[in-house]
Ligand binder design. Structure first.
Ligand SMILES: [Zn+2]
Length: 81
């Protein structure tokens, strides 16, 4: 059975995500969320950093403010050689 929560948005636009939702999503203090509008809904998703080029989520480096995995980084180096 789906649980619903109603929260008021404060003057800065903040809401509190109920603890049972945070636990269900494995969301802890300091974690980041992606948010976007989808039709009439606001969608919140746990942010998992991934490679800008292939979507891999492990062994990431940052290049020009974009995440890039080691494999894509090596491929990019080969292109320039
Ligand atoms: Zn990659």
């Amino acid at each position: 059975m789906r649980r619903f929560a109603i929260r008021r948005v404060d003057r800065l636009g903040r809401i509190v995500i109920p603890i049972y939702l945070r636990q269900a999503m494995g969301l802890g203090e300091g974690d980041s969320l992606e948010m976007y509008a989808d039709g009439g809904k606001i969608v919140l998703e746990k942010y998992v950093p991934s490679c800008f080029f292939c979507g891999v989520t492990e062994e990431l480096k940052v290049f020009k403010r974009k995440n890039i995995c080691i494999a894509c980084l090596k491929q990019a180096q080969e292109v320039t050689e």
